[in-house]
Design a protein around this ligand. Structure first.
Ligand code: HEM
Length: 846
């Protein structure tokens, strides 16, 4: 035993004599208790000594075997004394029903939390540990009614699809290595990603998810290490100061990764409010969004960031390990029993057809799938004990027989309920059939997992404190099991039987983590189906891309594999946050709108329009077929189609300066201008990215400000009478906006090119390319250059120089744009957008 624990034990024994006496008096001589009823039986014990012995004996790994043998001796309900608090355990489903359902409100309380729990739950202000009362009700209702209500389930469908893709990619790439796949780590990562997105919103990217995962993992691994701090907190705060500091530090790290994400959601909400945009403006509502507007009932104040961060940690912790463990057990049984796997696959095939994915709406038509999941949860419930309950009243009598004191922590043996031979035939066999056409007394053919009529199993608990995430968990289990079985055949590693023995930790996991081999299922039309993971990954060799020199023809009629159209694409789906922010600042400058109108009055507009018509070539579909101009037209219409917008007119203008711009003149069709030197410099794919960038300006309605800025950058401000109008401050702000708008439009370019290297290549060529060396430029080296620019300018002097150099630029530096687009291409937001896209089947001339 830990040396410090012994010291603590001695200290606590010596200074708690009065407490001990009180405890003995209460237990054996108290006259206030009704004598008719007794506490549930307990093993023979000597006061205090037994408590201390229990403390030494019980650990997470052996608690279940100890409890089982005590129940075998003493019956379905027992008491153990640990410290001064009686622990009551119930192993009988009828008693559980009496307590949790029939006396639901009485048994819905929680006992006081330990010191470390109090700290991480803002003093028991979270859903799982809050006392039964107004704070719990507020938080719980928010979770179940505002957030996890089944009517909202759809809002994160695209995230589930994204996570599925991530999971399948990871499994596939490990299978390729030839080594057996240990699935737990992949399932864990997938479930964590999903909950992070649901919690913080789908604007988090994978790097942020990894950071959060890293600190949560650290906290998880140190879980047992900090238990000792609760033994006598006032004393441990003194003798175990370092460990407390370590605990605080770890908690701070968890908050440090969450708080910026909470601030982002707050900022987005405020923006919506300022812009009077509809609530959440099409974004899926995250858990954080709902928490931001909650007010504690007793204190009449909103939650602070730390409190919100603590609730987010609860959300992630409650849902990740439980769902991961359940998933691993279910798949393990499907590997162990290939006939059940086959039967499940046949059902999936019948409902979902030969498609590559099972959709969420398909799940409803898969009763056998549901039976497999329920059987997995019955046979291997991940949580073997509930979170301890407590009674609300002084001394409660259960079943007219057992006295339950107010200070007792009450718990329920979950697995025993689901393994009761009186409720289930051959309960230890994995047999999903038992759930088919099971009406559980409800008159419906669906098994009632909430146990409201009768508890036959309770993997999610029952009654008022039943897991609020159970419907979400069921959806996730059904969705991932169905898709994983649809995609792969799961096989045991050669010759090995799947070992289903258990190991107790935070959840009851497989003692030997599941290892498998996977074979992709063969389908008749494999290649032609909806987009697959490889279409979504960025490979420099993707169709249509090449460092072909200009003039090399990259054409023939092809159906571009990467050509997706975004049917419902909205500008805010890809708008850079700085663009949004700077647009608001610009709008807030007094008089600017009026100035804009004056500048862009009909005379200026007319000048611009006539100049283009008069000096450039309009590119139209009427150009000679197969000519370069007709190709340009084709590139433009295709890009516009992908971005879900109408194509503007396109002009090519003679100029040695490689450039492109767009003008949106009021009342006229907007147009885009390409300089001839740009056409010389870029490949077709790159030219299309440039056109898409210009389309981005139109799509985002950059109209007035952009034309305004173009007048500045094209030199129109030298027109007598205009220049003086442009005040310095306005100019600065306009440039700042323009730079951020460029970042948005680089994103539009990426949406069309669907390969970040194409966009980065354009930026690189604009920075230093000439037609003669264009095909020697290296995109990766350019990205490395961006990183070294960041490093060189990270000092305070570097930052000063960087600001001074960029302040008056209309475009961000090319290296920074490249870095930005590279990061966005790896972000969750972008990948989710790609997943929303629909493959275009129209053949295009490229
Ligand atoms: C297979 C997956 C899951 C299992 C087996 C599971 C199981 C449980 C169990 C046994 C309890 C204790 C109930 C009690 O004390 O009476 C519980 C509580 C809870 N679970 Fe889950 N859970 C799962 C997934 C989730 C998910 C996905 C979330 C979050 C979205 C979640 C959030 C919670 C919360 C907040 C509580 C505390 C409820 C309260 O005290 O009112 N769980 N869960």
């Amino acid at each position: 035993m830990n040396r410090w624990l012994l010291i603590l034990l001695s200290i606590s024994v010596s200074i708690s004599i009065s407490g001990i006496l009180k405890f003995i008096c209460n237990r054996y001589f108290s006259t206030t208790k009704p004598t008719l009823y007794k506490l549930p039986p307990s093993p023979q014990s000597i006061p205090l000594i037994s408590s201390l012995l229990w403390l030494g004996r019980i650990s997470t790994s052996n608690i279940h075997s100890i409890l089982n043998s005590l129940h075998a001796k003493l019956g379905p309900i027992i008491t153990i004394y640990v410290g001064s608090r009686p622990l009551i355990f119930i192993a009988d489903r009828l008693l559980a029903h009496k307590a949790l359902i029939q006396n639901g409100a009485v048994f819905a309380n929680r006992p006081p939390a330990s010191a470390t729990q109090k700290f991480v739950t803002s003093n028991q202000r979270n859903v799982s540990l809050a006392f039964y009362g107004p704070t719990w009700r507020l938080l719980r209702r928010n979770l179940t009614e505002n957030f996890l209500h089944p009517s909202r389930a759809k809002s994160f469908s695209h995230s589930r699809r994204w996570v599925l893709q991530v999971l399948e990619n990871r499994l596939e790439s490990q299978e390729k290595s030839g080594q057996p796949i240990c699935v737990r780590e992949h399932f864990q990562y997938a479930m964590f990603c999903l909950l992070v997105v649901i919690c913080f919103g789908d604007n988090v990217d994978e790097n942020q998810i990894k950071q959060i995962e890293e600190v949560h993992r650290r906290a998880f691994l140190s879980f047992n290490k900090f238990n000792i701090l609760n033994f006598w907190p006032r004393v441990t705060k003194f003798v175990l100061r370092r460990r407390w500091e370590e605990f605080y530090q770890l908690r701070k790290c968890q908050q440090d990764v969450s708080i910026p994400l909470i601030r982002t959601r707050k900022y987005l909400q405020e923006e919506d409010r300022k812009n009077m945009e509809p609530h959440h403006h099409g974004r899926a509502v995250s858990y954080v969004d709902t928490l931001l507007s909650l007010e504690f009932p007793s204190e009449r104040r909103k939650m602070n960031e730390e409190e919100i961060a603590n609730l987010c940690s609860e959300f992630l912790n409650a849902g990740t390990d439980t769902t991961t463990t359940a998933l691993e057990w279910i798949i393990a049984n499907l590997v162990k029993y290939p006939k059940i796997q086959e039967k499940l696959f046949m059902e999936i095939k019948e409902v979902a057809g030969n498609g590559d994915q099972v959709s969420e709406s398909d799940l409803k038509r898969m009763p056998y799938l549901k039976a497999v999941i329920l059987e997995g949860l019955r046979r291997h419930p991940p949580a073997r004990l509930l979170i301890p309950h407590a009674v609300m009243e002084e001394d409660v009598v259960l079943n007219n027989e057992y006295l339950i004191p107010k200070n007792a922590a009450i718990n329920f043996l979950v697995a025993e309920m689901g393994w009761d031979p009186k409720a289930w035939e051959d309960p230890l066999t994995f047999n999903p059939e038992r759930f088919l056409n099971h009406d559980n007394g409800t008159g419906q053919d669906q098994f009632d997992i909430t146990g409201s009529r009768e508890i036959k199993m309770m993997p999610f608990g029952a009654g008022r404190r039943i897991c609020p995430g159970y419907q979400l968990a069921m959806l996730h289990l059904e969705y991932y099991v169905a898709n994983l079985i649809c995609k792969f055949e799961w096989k045991a590693v050669d010759g090995d039987d799947v070992d289903l023995s258990e190991k107790s930790g935070r959840t009851m996991v497989m003692r030997n983590p599941l290892q498998v081999h996977l074979s992709p299922r063969r389908r008749p039309a494999d290649a032609a189906l909806t987009f697959s993971s490889s279409d979504l990954s960025f490979r420099s060799g993707s169709v249509g891309f090449g460092l072909a020199k200009k003039n090399q023809r990259v054409r023939v009629s092809v159906c571009r594999a990467s050509s997706f159209v975004f049917r419902n694409l909205d500008a805010d789906d890809f708008r850079h946050p700085l663009d949004k922010q700077n647009t608001l600042i610009l709008r807030a400058i007094p008089g600017l709108n009026e100035l804009g109108k004056a500048l862009l009055g009909s005379v200026t507009e007319q000048i611009m329009l006539l100049e283009n018509i008069g000096t450039s070539v309009l590119v139209s579909k009427n150009q000679k077929r197969e000519s370069e101009l007709s190709e340009l037209h084709q590139l433009m219409t295709e890009a516009a189609k992908i971005l879900n917008m109408e194509a503007p007119d396109l002009y090519v203008r003679q100029s040695p300066v490689p450039n492109a711009y767009t003008l949106a003149i009021s009342g006229k069709k907007p147009f885009v201008v390409l300089h001839t030197s740009l056409v010389e410099l870029l490949t077709r794919k790159e030219l299309q990215a440039v056109l898409a960038h210009e389309l981005g300006h139109l799509k985002c309605d950059h109209g007035v400000w952009l034309t305004f800025a173009n007048i500045l950058t094209l030199g129109a401000y030298t027109v007598p009478g205009l220049g003086w109008l442009i005040a310095r401050n306005l100019e600065d702000q306009l440039f700042r906006w323009l730079r951020s708008a460029e970042l948005t439009c680089d994103r539009a370019a990426l949406l069309v090119a669907q390969d970040p290297k194409v966009v980065i290549s354009v930026l690189m060529k604009l920075a230093g390319g000439s037609p003669s060396i264009a095909d020697q430029l290296n995109v990766d080296a350019f990205l490395e250059q961006a990183r070294s620019y960041d490093r060189a300018s990270s000092s305070s002097m570097g930052l000063y120089i960087r600001n001074a150099q960029t302040r008056e630029l209309s475009h961000p530096l090319p290296v920074l744009r490249a870095r930005e687009i590279d990061e966005w291409s790896r972000s969750l937001g972008y990948q989710q957008l790609l997943k929303r896209a629909i493959q275009s089947t129209t053949p295009h001339d490229v």
